[in-house]
Design a protein around this ligand. Structure first.
Ligand code: ATP
Length: 255
């Protein structure tokens, strides 16, 4: 079942939380090096899918292969090849940006943690703020640091769960730019979002999750084909009695 150019293959995924049947047979595939957006309303099950794919949660049935490894059979290999950025920035406020990155690099047993941190700070435009406590960062800076932290250790696939929720438009643009750069460098990105515009801006492919299943999936152009083309209508506007009256009165008064 493992296909080499696929970063993710999901088939028949089901998950219930007690009586609540959240995933009822989810199928999709993600090409390596692409950006895939999973869209859905609040509570549709997007985070549940991300948790299963990142081995934080076990599915009830169906299977998922991530970077060639089955999430149930080889969770350690899956974990070593991915990174996950959750909905809420997981950075340590008391530490500086640099200290946060060095800490993760040490936890990942990398050889030159300070160099790794320095490179990422530069890449994410955080060099100037590197030695300030994260508590003083703006929302956009935190989110950039959060994404930088998830890149420590060269993950091939990154999960971004609602990466721009709560950010102002400018910070959102910054994060979009970073996500595009990541994909351009060959990293596969699976992002979940509630913003159609975000999916439109970033994703190579979009899937919409509804009632426990993927109801549509494809490129933006594919999705647009599902809807009738925009229609331009010309309306002949008849004058109202009031307008006729006013125009006659106006003419009379002008004479
Ligand atoms: P959001 O956009 O709000 O983050 P989501 O699409 O990510 O939503 P999930 O977080 O996957 O949705 O949740 C799907 C459903 O499962 C929701 O109804 C949620 O309340 C429920 N749920 C999630 N986690 C649990 C849990 N541990 N126990 C019970 N119910 C849960």
């Amino acid at each position: 079942m493992n296909i080499p150019n696929k970063a993710i293959q999901v088939k028949g995924l089901q998950k219930s939380y007690k009586q609540l049947h959240v995933l009822k047979g989810v199928d999709f595939e993600v090409e390596k090096g692409s950006i895939f957006a999973l869209l859905g309303a609040n509570g549709a099950g997007k985070t549940t899918i991300v948790k299963i794919l990142s081995t934080l949660l076990r599915q009830d049935s169906g299977n998922a292969i991530v970077n060639g490894f089955d999430v149930t059979l080889h969770p350690d290999n899956v974990r070593a090849s991915i990174s996950l950025t959750g909905q809420f920035a997981a950075v340590d406020e008391i530490l500086t940006g640099r200290e946060n990155l060095v800490m993760i690099a040490r936890l990942r047993h990398l050889r030159h943690p300070r160099q790794v941190a320095g490179d990422l700070l530069k890449r994410f435009g955080l060099s100037d703020a590197a030695d300030r406590r994260v508590a003083t960062y703006s929302g956009g800076m935190r989110r950039r640091l959060d994404i930088a932290m998830s890149l420590v250790g060269n993950a091939q696939l990154i999960f971004l769960d609602e990466p721009t929720t709560g950010l102002d438009p400018e910070a959102r643009l910054e994060v979009w730019k970073i996500i595009k750069e990541l994909a351009a460098s060959g990293v596969t990105v699976l992002l979940t979002t509630q913003y159609l515009e975000e999916a439109e801006q970033l994703a190579d492919r979009i899937a919409i999750l509804d009632q426990g299943r993927i109801i549509v999936s494809g490129t933006l152009a594919d999705l647009k084909k599902l809807f009738p083309p925009a229609k331009v209508e010309y309306i002949e506007k008849q004058p109202t009695l009031e307008e006729i009256f006013l125009s006659i009165i106006g003419k009379k008064q002008n004479n």
